[in-house]
Design a protein around this ligand. Structure first.
Ligand SMILES: Cc1cc2nc3c(=O)[nH]c(=O)nc-3n(C[C@H](O)[C@H](O)[C@H](O)COP(=O)(O)OP(=O)(O)OC[C@H]3O[C@@H](n4cnc5c(N)ncnc54)[C@H](O)[C@@H]3O)c2cc1C
Ligand code: FES
Length: 1292
């Protein structure tokens, strides 16, 4: 939070900022409050920190300080905020773990209208006795709906907040007028104290930009390398923050932030009559969606206008609103229009180098004038628009005849485009259908976009150009139709009627505050109070996350003589390395060395998967060498100066289609078959064939990959601090790379800021390269990837292409199913074989189909290697299966849920790989979900809504889930733990699982605190091989020793204390490590107070030859239903409601388990709706950061989001009958996908177009809009694909 004295209002302004964009010099005179300054565990927690932790609003904790600061800033300005203000404050923050609900809930406890009950908005309260009593979840009164106790919270006392430092206040009240100059290594920052000085400096430095928010200059410097040796900061010039009003309009200082502009406009809108504020309202509409609040707090109006970004939201509206720019220089002032020429950057219409923009004049609108704004982005909040528009029409008084018309578009060219020619030709026309048709034709001609235009999505953008105009047409028509509006309608009966069915095209989706209930079974009333199992215990590190005291890898303070490493990566997809020229890089100041493959003393990875490239590269982003320098900035600058010459090699393969063509595969086909598929196809009523494409997914863990390698002086020992899910793998890889024994290397993992599978394999590569650097230089090496490099270098979820053939009876019963899948594995094997196996094993999902054939293959392409990702192929493969179901339903004229139900496993049975299981919990989840969500009655309501609305369609879907947990090999299920009991009774637990945010340490201590179940055999192991020593039978842990959780501690995961750990993945971490923590120690029997627990692993195997096995220890069952509303004109959707019922068996910690379900559901929702990786035809990943890659934000949470854990059903095999829920929820996100597909199918039916269409995930607004074909999609020009080079290529 930045606090500044505002010279105009003379008040202190507190605002949140995006820290990485704030230049340190801009903070002169400002007070900065960070999470550490708000409160701490050592002194006093701030209520915001306490509440976010206790409400379970933190999992990995990496995003938590940001969330805390956004909420804290809100409370500094509004101690009792509204829920809308809370949503707005958090709209710019990202979290990859929680699904946002608990974060929002913690903030809601401060809101004026909040009672703490999430159902209050619907007029009933979950705490009302009746609600629980009537719960159909077992109909029991032992169902809880509270995950935290609000009455524990300390109250917020605004008088206790930090005050604005008096010395800064004194400085602000007597502002210094002299110019301040800060000299950096390469840049000079000049901050004049007066306007006169600023204007003089502008003459002296005509090329120096004015720096205000730095939200345009900063990103341009980072991603495009723009460099300015001199920067002029007008932050202290109060004239640039002035606001004045006249009877004609409003003048706003160019230095005002967009957040201030929003407040100023809102003020004018509330004071003036509606007809005068048309432009202000349109601007406000965009200001609510433009970026997040932090950016709006920083970005200035002047900076926004002058940046002239083609995607600018405000410039099109300002342009149509006849805005004028007040310019100033030493020579005087002048005014220019913010028009087409200015926006195109024509020198004749632009500022002179010595001029600055002082203020912006926005005139009032007049009677008979209407102004509107439109934008469509990948998601509602925090996303640059694909197309944005401002539109204004002025009618001849009392008529519907166009006197003046202005239409401006952003996102459809290099600059904001003003459709002047079209507007000219429409003057004098009446506002009717023929005018609409003519306007669309003219616009498509004038606002033309070539097929290969940068940014892609060309046909979508063309469609939006006319769809927006249609919306404007309807909006204005609606206004004109208001009684008494028109004085004379020359030809009354020609005045077009708008049917009520069309009116919903006018409404925007409001940003609503999500509500919901979480239900779980309370613990047995006989359970001891100190026994924490089954209770919603706060994350062990929750408070430390919230105070910033939790140490992540890069928080480790700089160690003596530490150097920084930056990676040089390939810019070619498949090429021979001709030469590597390091000379310039090595000459740069601070550069110590460049590490190449020749510096590796041991093995350079595998033959086909090298750590550092030798001779050739296989993808863009492959690591070639690494610069070691004294600082991060020096290392990165040297990377730019490393010159590599390449010679391209053939073939270059990016897409699955090309890989199939070239038979380019990473491993043999995996296949499972049962029954007689061919024969069954001959006997069915109908057969449908189809294709499904599922895009990849970036892990987008909040903490990017990072490692710190510290060489020790003795015996070649190395300490490695690394953010990984698999420290043993890092240890082993470093050992083979440096050719030193494993026992010299210790890997430490305190906590990981999110992994999701992305930190299983890659950290070993980075750790090994950093270790080579440490080995060669003898100094500690820190390697921290920034987001862009992380996304470029590391792979993600495998994109999938699936072909299906399904044979079924007219009743909807499926008799035969044949699915062939291909996944895009990238350039090396990594986990692709495992992912293919899982895909095939899990693809049947919840369905019993007698004749089945599943085949899967991993394609080798010239892309970074794809790897493990939450769900391991299940979320992709099952989308194919579920798409078959919807296709069958469409052909049979049945509802998809009926076909699902008909084909589901119902009784004890065997899977396609002959593993026996009992689907009873699956059926319970399904029925509960239908019941809890009132699915069938809502189906009718949806149909009713759809009948009444042409441009809006609602969709509803429910999906069942049978998710197998674990790996198909016993060795992967081993685990060990070490418990020390100290003589004061405190207990130190160390186990092999890594804390990734999933709460494994919390669960371990919960487990460690209770008596072990008697049948578990615990072995004291010795080193590698875990030779059996003693089996002891006396419980160590708290119950016997009366040790409460607070006396137990988990320090870190370390390869020195628990060796040979398995990766913490596949939802299995808590289970297997929990087993190991169930130590039988020996206090009573006078045996050692240190014990190693070892769990041999669940028995699991798979025989692929026979297609049979017992590959999974157990299953997680669940069901989810979702309802959405789709805007057929833009492709946007709103999530109305989601209900999830999950079988967690006996949840060890319902808060953590519900958090895992919500978080993985949200990540799944991202996979299936917004997260889209885009590659250039040369194989370069475009989407390398939050600007281009959209993970869900707080505004994506369903308006109503209910999660229920099925009351306990015992799974005796697992620890205390709990289940690993980390991954399964991913797939449930597909209920949103199928709800969207349902809405699209309804629209297509109504428009008489084929209901079956190729399913492509994610269901982005582009895909949805183009699938809802109509007169506008028909009128756009289509390019012959052979005539242009596309901007991006589909790789699935
Ligand atoms: C994460 C993020 C999300 C965003 N999302 C959106 C979005 O959804 N929609 C959208 O429209 N925009 C979006 N933007 C862009 C944002 O609106 C602009 O970057 C911002 O308005 C620029 O203002 P600034 O004060 O930060 O400019 P700066 O970066 O400080 O300056 C930009 C340029 O303006 C010039 N300049 C500034 N003031 C003056 C002046 N008074 N006289 C002359 N020249 C001047 C400078 O010389 C410089 O060249 C986003 C930006 C970020 C970083
Ligand atoms: S808790 Fe939010 S990113 Fe992990």
């Amino acid at each position: 939070m930045v606090s500044k004295h505002d010279p105009v209002s003379r008040k202190i302004r507190h605002f949140s900022v995006t820290a990485c964009l704030v230049p340190i010099c801009s903070l002169y005179g400002a007070a900065v409050t960070t999470v550490e300054g708000v409160g701490s565990i050592k002194t006093r927690l701030h209520p915001v920190q306490e509440r976010i932790a206790k409400s379970h609003g933190t999992q990995c904790g990496f995003c938590t300080p940001g969330m805390v600061m956004s909420m804290y800033t809100l409370l500094r300005n509004h101690p009792q905020p509204s829920e809308e203000q809370l949503m707005e404050a958090l709209g710019g923050n990202l979290c990859r773990c929680t699904g946002y609900r608990p974060i929002l809930e913690s903030g809601r406890t401060f809101c004026a209208e909040s009672s703490g009950c999430q159902q209050k908005g619907r007029g009933k309260c979950c705490l009302d006795q009746g609600e629980n009593a009537t719960s159909s979840l077992g109909g029991e009164s032992d169902i809880c709906t509270e995950l935290f106790a609000k009455d524990e919270f300390q109250p917020l006392d605004p008088t206790q907040e930090l005050i604005f430092p008096p010395e800064l206040l004194r400085m602000a009240e007597n502002p210094e007028k002299r110019t301040l100059t800060f000299h950096g290594e390469r840049v000079t920052w000049i901050s004049p104290g007066t306007l006169k000085d600023l204007l003089e400096l502008k003459v002296k430095h005509p090329d120096a930009p004015l720096i205000l928010g730095n939200t345009s200059l900063g990103p341009a410097k980072k991603s495009q390398g723009h460099f300015h040796p001199v920067l002029l900061s007008p932050a202290r010039i109060s004239e640039l923050s002035m606001v004045s009003t006249t009877s004609e309009g409003l003048t706003i200082g160019a230095g005002c932030s967009l957040a201030q502009v929003k407040d100023i406009l809102a003020g004018r809108v509330s004071e003036l009559p509606e007809e005068k504020t048309q432009t202000y309202r349109a601007l406000l509409k965009h200001l609510k969606r433009l970026a997040g609040q932090q950016i709006r707090n920083m970005a200035s109006l002047g900076g926004h206008i002058m940046s002239r970004h083609c995607y600018s939201d405000l410039n099109p509206v300002l342009a149509v609103g006849n805005t004028a720019l007040n310019l100033m220089s030493k020579e005087g002032t002048r005014q220019i229009p913010l028009d087409r020429d200015f926006l195109a950057g024509l020198a004749s219409a632009d500022l002179k180098p010595e001029e600055i923009l002082e203020s912006v004049y926005i005139p009032h609108s007049q009677r008979w004038e209407f102004v509107s704004a439109f934008r469509q982005a990948q998601c509602q909040q925090n996303a640059l628009a694909d197309v944005t528009a401002g539109m204004r029409v002025l009618f001849q008084e009392g008529t519907d005849t166009i006197e003046d018309l202005s239409l401006a578009y952003g996102g459809v060219g290099d600059a904001t485009i003003s459709a002047q020619k079209s507007c000219q030709q429409l003057l004098g026309r009446r506002w009717n259908e023929p005018m609409l048709d003519e306007a669309c034709r003219l616009l498509l001609d004038e606002v033309s976009l070539p097929g290969g235009a940068p940014g892609g999505s060309v046909e979508f953008k063309r469609t939006l150009v006319v769809s927006f105009f249609f919306k404007f047409y309807l909006e204005v028509l609606q206004e004109l139709k208001k009684p008494g509006k028109l004085l004379s309608v020359p030809d009354g009966h020609h005045f077009p009627e708008i049917s009520d069915r069309f009116l919903s095209a006018l409404e925007d989706f409001p940003a609503t505050v999500p509500q919901g209930v979480q239900r779980y079974q309370s613990v047995d009333s006989h359970q001891a109070l100190q026994d924490p199992v089954g209770r919603p215990i706060m994350h062990l590190s929750g408070l430390k996350h919230a105070t910033g005291e939790a140490i992540f890898c890069d928080d480790i303070p700089t160690v003596d003589k530490e150097l920084f490493m930056a990676l040089v990566t390939s810019t070619r997809a498949h090429a021979k390395i001709i030469s590597v020229d390091l000379s310039k890089a090595l000459e740069l100041p601070g550069v110590v060395d460049v590490i190449t493959a020749e510096d590796i003393p041991g093995t350079n990875g595998a033959e086909d998967d090298k750590l550092l490239a030798v001779d050739k590269v296989l993808c863009v982003g492959q690591i070639v060498c690494a610069v070691v320098a004294e600082t991060e900035a020096q290392a990165k600058r040297a990377v730019e100066e490393t010159k590599i010459a390449y010679e391209d090699l053939e073939p270059v393969i990016f897409t699955i289609e090309d890989a199939i063509k070239h038979s380019s595969f990473l491993c043999p086909e995996k296949k499972l078959e049962q029954g007689n598929v061919e024969k069954a196809f001959e006997e069915v009523d109908q057969i449908v064939e189809g294709e499904v494409h599922v895009g990849g997914q970036e892990h987008f863990y909040m903490e990017t990959q990072r490692v710190l390698v510290i060489p020790k002086t003795e015996d070649k020992e190395l300490d490695i601090y690394v953010s990984t899910q698999d420290p043993a793998h890092v240890q082993k890889t470093v050992s083979s790379t440096l050719n030193i024994p494993i026992n010299r290397i210790t890997c430490h993992v305190k906590r990981v800021g999110g992994g999701f599978g992305g930190k299983v394999g890659r950290p070993a590569v980075l750790g090994a390269i950093a270790a080579v650097g440490a080995n060669k230089t003898g100094y500690p090496i820190r390697l921290v990837l920034d987001r862009e490099d992380d996304m470029l270098i590391t792979g993600g979820r495998h994109p999938l292409f699936g072909k299906y053939k399904v044979g079924f009876m007219n009743s909807g019963r499926i008799r035969a199913l044949d699915i062939e899948c291909f996944i895009n594995g990238g350039c090396t094997l990594d986990d692709s074989e495992l992912v293919t196996e899982f895909l095939i094993l899990k693809m049947e999902n919840a369905y019993k189909i007698r004749n089945l054939r599943f085949r899967g293959r991993a394609c080798m392409t010239n892309l970074p290697s794809n790897t493990a990702f939450r769900g391991f192929g299940f979320p992709q493969g099952t989308l194919v299966t579920e798409s078959c179901i919807t296709a069958v339903a469409a052909k049979c004229g049945l509802l998809p849920e009926k076909v699902r139900e008909k084909n589901m496993y119902k009784t004890v049975d065997k899977t396609i790989y002959k593993q026996a299981f009992n689907p009873e919990p699956l059926i319970r989840c399904w029925n509960e979900c239908l019941d809890k969500s009132s699915f069938h009655s809502r189906r009718m309501q949806v149909a009713e809504f759809n009948k009444k609305n042409y441009w809006r369609k609602r969709g509803l879907a429910v999906v069942p889930m049978k998710f197998s947990v674990g790996f198909a090999a016993t060795s992967f299920h081993q685990a060990a733990a070490l418990v020390h009991i100290y003589t004061d009774g405190s207990v130190l637990v160390t186990h092999g699982g890594n804390e990734l945010g999933q709460g494994i340490h919390t669960k371990m201590l919960q487990k460690a605190e209770v008596e072990k179940s008697p049948h578990v055999q615990v072995l004291l192991g010795q080193g590698q091989g875990f030779r059996t020593a003693v089996a002891v039978e006396t419980p160590v842990a708290s119950r016997e020793l009366k040790v409460p959780m607070s006396h137990m501690h988990i320090c870190e995961t370390s390869t020195a204390t628990v060796p040979n750990t398995i990766a913490t993945a596949a939802s299995i971490g808590s289970d297997v490590n929990g087993r190991a923590v169930q130590i039988e120690a020996a206090f009573e029997q006078r045996i050692s107070l240190s014990a190693t627990g070892y769990f041999r692993g669940y028995e699991a195997f798979m025989d692929w030859e026979k297609g049979e096995g017992d590959p999974f220890p157990y299953y997680v069952y669940g069901a989810a239903s979702s309802e959405v509303e789709v805007d057929c004109l833009t492709g946007a959707h709103k999530k109305i409601r989601t209900d999830i019922v999950m079988d967690a068996c006996c949840s060890l910690n319902p808060a953590i388990d519900i958090g895992q379900i919500e978080g993985s559901f949200t990540q799944g929702m991202g996979l299936y709706t917004t997260e889209e990786l885009k590659y250039s035809p040369e194989g370069v990943l475009y989407s390398r950061g939050p600007d281009d890659y959209k993970i869900p934000t707080i505004t994506d949470v369903p308006e109503e989001f209910n999660v229920s854990l099925l009351p306990s059903s015992q799974t005796p095999l697992t620890i205390y009958s709990s289940k690993g829920l980390g991954e399964s929820g991913m797939f449930l996100g597909s209920s949103v996908f199928f709800a969207i597909a349902d809405a699209v199918a309804t629209a297509r039916r109504e428009r008489d177009i084929a209901e079956d269409f190729t399913v492509r995930s994610p269901a982005t607004p582009e895909r949805v809009r183009m699938a809802c074909a109509d007169r506008f999609t028909e009128m756009i020009p289509r390019d012959d694909p052979k005539t242009f080079k596309p901007w991006s290529i589909p790789i699935a």
